[in-house]
Design a protein around this ligand. Structure first.
Ligand code: GLU
Length: 330
């Protein structure tokens, strides 16, 4: 892994190369141990970029100091290595951890501010989770936040009373469309469907939507592959990247693994990698993931590298993959 200087978010590194190097990323949050669902997303991201002959970046999304733990970061990396999913640059190089990249987010924040797109919000009750990716049930927004229309005098009064604002971005009343490589066209009217979303919390922590957009742009990411619960974030991210002067990556969302209770979560201990690694080999687990994703006909042990030539998005279902019948024997 090579060290690289912090790139300028407004000047993607690969823009001036004749030939674009396809660049993917692992972007986990170290807020718990990975489970089967996370591993499936990582496997698909890795196969997608390796099948294209591209390079893989490993970015640690430890934006929220209250939720991120170094031991989870180490465990995530160890699980990826154990499964044979390698990366070409990234963690543990410090500049690939979001907690070390705040200067870039600050620069992007001021770029948006200079365009008149940012305003302080004094009313949000829902800022706590803004630094995390909004998985289902975690999306908080208030359409038509009244703070958009505060006068300078009203802001001064609120500041005087000691209120510290979060920062929202003014979303346009226009349709933003992304063409997802797996789910097809996905459109949102940002103002109506997402509202003016938070890009920085009142405690100064930058929000997921801003950080991920800046990073994908600055790191020259051309392929974003992740679970489809984040498809609804893609139009916001593509719009932010354009507002910062960049070119959005291609988005390709994959199916989720679901249990009877719904999407797998890091709290579902039995499918955590910590437990699975005690009972099965990396090849057995990879075979099971590949089988659930439609890449092989039977859940047989297989090394991740052997799947590269078999990989095609056409084989992968769009519907969520259910574990209701229990795990096949490993
Ligand atoms: N860090 C996010 C998560 O673990 C994923 C962000 C992304 O892939 O855009 O949910």
């Amino acid at each position: 892994m090579r060290a690289s200087p912090l790139p300028n978010p407004l000047q993607p590194r690969y823009n001036n190369l004749m030939e674009t190097i396809e660049t993917g990323r692992f972007a986990p949050s170290p807020s718990g141990y990975m489970h089967m669902g996370n591993l499936l997303s990582m496997l698909l991201a890795w196969l997608d970029i390796r099948a294209l002959g591209g390079r893989m970046i490993f970015r640690m999304e430890d934006l929220d100091p209250a939720r991120s733990k170094p031991e989870y970061a180490r465990a995530l990396a160890d699980d990826l290595r154990w499964l044979g999913l390698d990366w070409d640059e990234g963690w543990p190089e410090p500049s690939y951890s979001q907690s070390r990249r705040t200067a870039l987010y600050e620069e992007a924040f001021h770029t948006l501010e200079r365009q008149g797109l940012v305003y302080p919000c004094y009313c949000s009750r829902a800022q706590r989770l803004a630094a995390s990716a909004p998985h289902p049930g975690e999306e908080h927004w208030e359409p038509g936040c009244p703070c958009r229309h505060l006068t300078a005098a009203q802001k001064a009064e609120l500041e005087m009373s000691g209120r510290r604002p979060a920062w929202r971005i003014k979303t346009p009343d226009q349709i933003m469309t992304v063409t997802d490589g797996h789910y097809g066209t996905f459109s949102q009217n940002l103002q109506k469907d997402t509202g003016d979303f938070i890009i920085r919390r009142a405690d100064g922590v930058f929000a997921y939507q801003l950080a991920v957009s800046v990073d994908d742009m600055a790191m020259g990411v051309t392929r974003v592959v992740r679970g489809h619960d984040l498809l609804s974030s893609a139009p916001r991210q593509a719009w932010l990247i354009r507002a910062l002067g960049g070119v959005p990556p291609s988005y390709c969302h994959g199916p989720l693994l679901v249990s009877q209770e719904g999407k797998l979560s890091k709290r579902l201990g039995s499918l955590s990698t910590q437990v699975l690694r005690q009972t099965c080999s990396p090849e057995a687990l990879t075979g099971l993931l590949a089988y659930t994703a439609g890449l092989i006909p039977k859940p047989e042990p297989v090394a991740a590298g052997e799947l590269i030539s078999l990989f095609s998005w056409d084989k992968i279902p769009c519907r969520d993959i259910s574990f209701e019948a229990g795990l096949p024997a490993l």
